[in-house]
Design a protein around this ligand. Sequence first.
Ligand code: NAI
Ligand code: MG
Length: 355
Amino acid sequence: MSPTYRIASIPGDGIGPEVVSATIQVVEKLAQKLGKFQIDFTHIPWGTKYYKETGQYVSDDCLDTLRKFDAGLFGAVGAPDVPDHISLWGLLLAIRGPLQLYANVRPVRTFPGTKCPLNTATEGIDWMLVRENSEGEYSGQGGRSHIGQEWEAATEVAMFTRVAIKRIMRFAFETAQSRPKKHLIVVTKSNSMRNGMVLWDQVASEVSKDFPDVAWEKMLVDAMTVRMVAKPQSIDTIVGTNLHMDILSDLAAGLAGSIGVAPSSNLDPTRKNPSIFEPVHGSAFDITGKGIANPVATFWSAAEMLVWIGEKDAAAKLMQCVETVCAAGVLTPDLGGTANTQGVVEAVCAEIEKL
Ligand code: NAI
Ligand code: MG
């Protein structure tokens, strides 16, 4: 009997519902055409509307709710009339930390139909970015004192633990090892940050001993931004802290061509909890409701989800159809095209039909 996968669909805010709905259409079409598995999406209404109705972004039992699923597909969170730190901590960070989705994986490559803005990168970019997803500057450590006074003070403590560094480092070395170039860059800032970042370097060096076939090097984050622009071909896999990689991955998406095609996976590599897949982009208020959001980042995130749940072949077929459509010029305006979201969905479904 063919397996049935249960997926939590959390469209969230802004263009989130537009790109998630587009993706569900495409994945359901794929499952139906291939006939090898069933995929069952359950809608979960968490987001700003839910917050305005209930006072919180997610339900009290959100972790148990998610644990009933094989994986989650998330859109975006954030609304113009709610401060971003409330929405982000209310939804995404409320899930990533407690579920220990500690590896945030962001593949970046120049996609058919995107123009790599780097003139040095004639063959485009093909990188794998690994972001530590559970601590660092996102640990929630810190506070504000003397609020409203001239001498008001605020701290944001970056917390790093040996356990978390070690597990993300192992994951990054394994990722680098699985790629043809077997090359890893460990990004830190261990010149000026002499505690947490030095621990990162130290753990990297220890873990590297178990991966003699992976060539690795250290890089300071500021110098890394220059290398990404000036020597893109010298890069393969990168690992870094939650904050550093948040920034570097947006830069990478921009260098590859558009944030509208950039996917991400929030993984629990121990597989104790369901992993969550989402586009890198946010709610994009400026284009919400216009029907022109690029769904490709979410398609690609769903393909990563299919790989994770064990349907590698289906994922490859989905990506092949998406690339054919992009290469044929069926592109949304962010990529210089004139297609709308639904037009891209229909073109991809037509390709799937030909499989
Ligand atoms: P954003 O990613 O929403 O938008 C940045 C720019 O990229 C905008 O011009 C937007 O139109 C464009 N863009 C993004 N996705 C696109 C797509 N699929 N197709 C075409 N164009 C696309 O980032 P911004 O403006 O900084 O944040 C807006 C809201 O989203 C904020 O509330 C922020 O906190 C939230 N946000 C949420 C994230 C998440 O849920 N993972 C990630 C980033 C931001
Ligand atoms: Mg970001």
